[in-house]
Design a protein around this ligand. Sequence first.
Ligand code: PMP
Length: 308
Amino acid sequence: MPTPYAYFKGAIVPLSEAKIGVMTHAFNYGTAVFEGIRGNWNEEAGASYLFRVREHMDRIAQSAKILGLEMRDTPERLCELAAELVERSGYTEDIYLRPMVYLSGEVLGVRLHNVESDTLIFLSPFPAYLPETARVHTSTWRRVDDTGIPPRAKVTGIYVNSALAKTEAQANGFDEAIMLNANGHVSEGSGENVFMIRNGRIIMPTPADNVLEGITARSVVEIAQKELGIEAVEREIDRTELYIADEVFLTGTAAHLTPVVEVDRRKVGDGKIGPVTQKLSALFYDAIKGKNERYSHWCTPVRIPVAR
Ligand code: PMP
């Protein structure tokens, strides 16, 4: 039977033993940065393929730097710990790893300085996050700005912004929200980057549009360039451009690559998955399962010893 393990206070322990106190600073004030990493199960290989684990650990270090948080471990060490947790937990299905650097001190007072910090990692089984195709709407909630809480850093507290947008979207019958930034341009989904295709060009918002610089997005851009010969363009996108785009899709660790077939009750193209999205999606899913040698360097296979 798989049993989840966690890395907590410097040791690997059963997840059931990894508990924090109610006074923990990060719990009270959202003072933590985190990552989400997929372990994609490959049945033939009997292994979980951790997707771009090093890039995620480098990004948590960047998020910690933005907030000025101390890291207990180097990104390299966190990669080793992640692999060890996956092996020991023994899941033979898709999983999700959650590294976090958090203010662990049990003290009151809003600040980022003079509070103890720590690093943890836990994991959980994690099936598909969005339906195969998504219907989205434009949120009434605007994306937080770099001048408020920087979305470039994956800060736990910022996810209240995402949660407001996601809950509103689902309450209104949609699968996901598209948030606009303070300037009214398309920013991102509650947990995904947004792309559109117009006249054969792949277009995405710029890093200055208050988006998380997505690792999945970066991977899809590379696949588009190398395999389809299409360069992605970064520029501002208006809400109404999504209405007349030929294709729209979302990318993210949880969402993988999800085609969007409807925006604000308007069909995207003819309402079916478009040809470029289809090609990209097939290439992407092969890459994340370690089935395309050209991208095998993105995957860290962790063999799961199972009684067969
Ligand atoms: N934007 C937000 C707000 C997210 O939470 C995520 C998920 N981490 C993404 C974009 C996509 O980033 P990535 O592909 O690195 O998971």
